[in-house]
Design a protein around this ligand. Structure first.
Ligand code: FES
Length: 174
């Protein structure tokens, strides 16, 4: 495996005036999350989840705010956030499509379905449409092999998909 070295020390961080970790979220975390952990640092993952839940992704500024809140260094926060694939460090679309690519779904037509979605949305897996509506990702088994092929759209599981019914699902989203 090749290591990719990035010069984070001199990276320019885009800052906005309004904090991501605002007073309301801090108060909620202080009251409901921090008491469950022996140290502030131990609450790193739930704090990152809370930020992502609120903003749908975690901006670099939000990582710095979380580091200050938990009294750890920015680099420790960045290390943690970049370790887990679940954290989105780039903005994602309003609708996140996670199309299963594991064996049952693959055998039941995932590939033509993926091709149809790529064609309809004009994006490849890992990309977001220009209007910011859809992000397309491939996922491993979603635990619904009996109704393959399937996909998650945000938190809703869609099963027994065909190009036609999935297109209707996407068209029906606001
Ligand atoms: S292989 Fe797709 S849900 Fe299991």
């Amino acid at each position: 495996m090749a290591w990719i070295v990035k010069n984070s020390a001199t990276a320019q961080v885009e800052l906005r005036d309004e904090p991501y970790l605002d007073d309301e979220l801090k108060a909620e975390l202080e009251a409901q999350v921090l008491p469950r952990y022996p140290t502030r640092q131990a609450a790193t993952l739930p704090v990152l989840h809370a930020i992502q839940h609120k903003h749908h992704w975690i901006a670099h500024q939000a990582l710095m705010e979380a580091a200050a809140f938990l009294e750890v260094s920015d680099s420790e926060m960045l290390d943690t956030a970049t370790f887990y694939e679940e954290f989105w460090l780039e903005p994602k679309g309003r609708y996140l499509i996670m199309l299963c690519r594991s064996i049952s779904c693959e055998l039941c037509g995932q590939r033509p379905l993926l091709d149809r979605i790529r064609e309809k949305l004009g994006i490849e897996p890992g990309e977001t449409t220009v209007d910011g509506r859809f992000t397309l990702m491939e996922a491993e088994c979603l635990g619904s092999c009996g109704t393959a092929p399937c996909a998650l759209v945000n938190e809703t599981l869609h099963e027994s998909l065909t190009s036609e019914n999935f297109e209707r699902i996407l068209d029906g989203l606001e």
